[in-house]
Design a protein around this ligand. Structure first.
Ligand SMILES: Cc1cc2nc3c(=O)[nH]c(=O)nc-3n(C[C@H](O)[C@H](O)[C@H](O)COP(=O)(O)OP(=O)(O)OC[C@H]3O[C@@H](n4cnc5c(N)ncnc54)[C@H](O)[C@@H]3O)c2cc1C
Length: 286
């Protein structure tokens, strides 16, 4: 934990596999006990920043007995372990965030098992709740709404009569109202008792509403700017660092880039369709 807090050790998340995304419990990467080690074989995919990560926290199959969820364990694996190969996937925004990670006879000490064997699904579900609340991205939205102000200023100065300021203001107002309702949900989640129904369920609508809002904000800038969206930089753009260092940045380099990357926000951390399915079952009882 201290290394995570001070940023000196960078982690990636090894859950998804080809064929096991929404249906994560079907995952097949196998960890077989041999003495004091697990021997891991299989493949992960869409692993964000695996190419720069020091460690990966991984869901692995340790048993084929019972329900698929009951045979999954949570392993911590040093990315320098022999037998790990990382291959890049370039996404639609042109960046390299994503990877495939292959494991061939990777030996992982049993002491790197988190909690109990075959109970990894429970830990992963708990973490996913926090991840989804984070992906809702209220901070990103605050930045985005401020960025839209710079778009407005730019168009007011440069576009003359062709700039439809009223249409922009109407869409901006609608986004601001949606942001306020998201903030209320976030406050409810923050004050919810740990382990209560609210604490487990609220991240789902937060993720769904927040990511749709992020996409709609990006689309507004893109629609209004047209071709200029490829060159107009976000107001608080921070230049990225090299490909081999952590390159999360507060904002995208331009509005086209942001619009393209935002396509993924309703997919990662669990797709909107699947979140809505869970909500309709557990909240509405459908
Ligand atoms: C940018 C990005 C970063 C990511 N980072 C990571 C990471 O670091 N680590 C990691 O482990 N994973 C990561 N992922 C993977 C992500 O979690 C999966 O992409 C996601 O869970 C969806 O799985 P899938 O891609 O296999 O799509 P599928 O599950 O095949 O879904 C395809 C389509 O079918 C729909 N669908 C599937 N099941 C249902 C259902 N039951 N009801 C209704 N609709 C359904 C989905 O909504 C979707 O539209 C990342 C993905 C992206 C795009």
């Amino acid at each position: 934990m201290p290394h995570i807090l001070d940023g000196s050790r960078f982690w990636c998340q090894g859950y998804s596999e080809p064929g096991s995304g929404s249906d994560l419990a079907s995952l097949r990467t196998a960890a077989v006990r041999e003495g004091d080690d697990f021997v891991v074989n299989g493949q992960k995919i869409w692993t964000t920043q695996a190419h720069i990560a020091d460690w990966i926290f991984c869901l692995v199959r340790t048993s084929a007995e019972g329900k698929p969820q009951e045979g999954i364990s949570f392993l911590l694996i040093d990315m320098k372990t022999p037998g790990i190969e990382v291959k890049p996937i370039y996404s639609i925004d042109g960046d390299h965030h994503l990877n495939e990670v292959y494991f061939t006879d990777v030996r992982v000490p049993v002491k790197n098992l988190v909690g109990n064997e075959n109970e990894g699904w429970t830990y992963a579900k708990y973490l996913l709740g926090h991840e989804r609340a984070g992906i809702a991205g209220t901070d990103i939205i605050v930045n985005g709404l401020a960025n839209l102000k710079t778009v407005h200023d730019y168009l007011s100065e440069t576009a003359g009569d062709s700039y439809q300021a009223d249409a922009f203001a109407k869409r901006h107002a609608e986004l601001s109202v949606r942001y306020e309702s998201l903030q209320m949900l976030e406050n409810r989640a923050l004050f919810a008792e740990e382990g209560s129904g609210d604490s487990l369920i609220l991240p789902l609508p937060m993720k769904t509403l927040g990511t749709e809002l992020q996409q709609d904000m990006g689309d507004l800038a893109y629609d209004m700017l047209g071709a200029d969206s490829t060159v107009l930089f976000s107001a608080d753009f921070e230049p990225t660092v090299g490909d081999n260092e952590p390159n999360y940045r507060a904002t995208a380099p331009n509005h086209t880039h942001a619009m393209l990357f935002n396509r993924a926000s309703t997919i990662f951390g669990g797709t909107t369709e699947v979140q809505k399915g869970i909500m309709s079952k557990f909240v509405l009882g459908l």
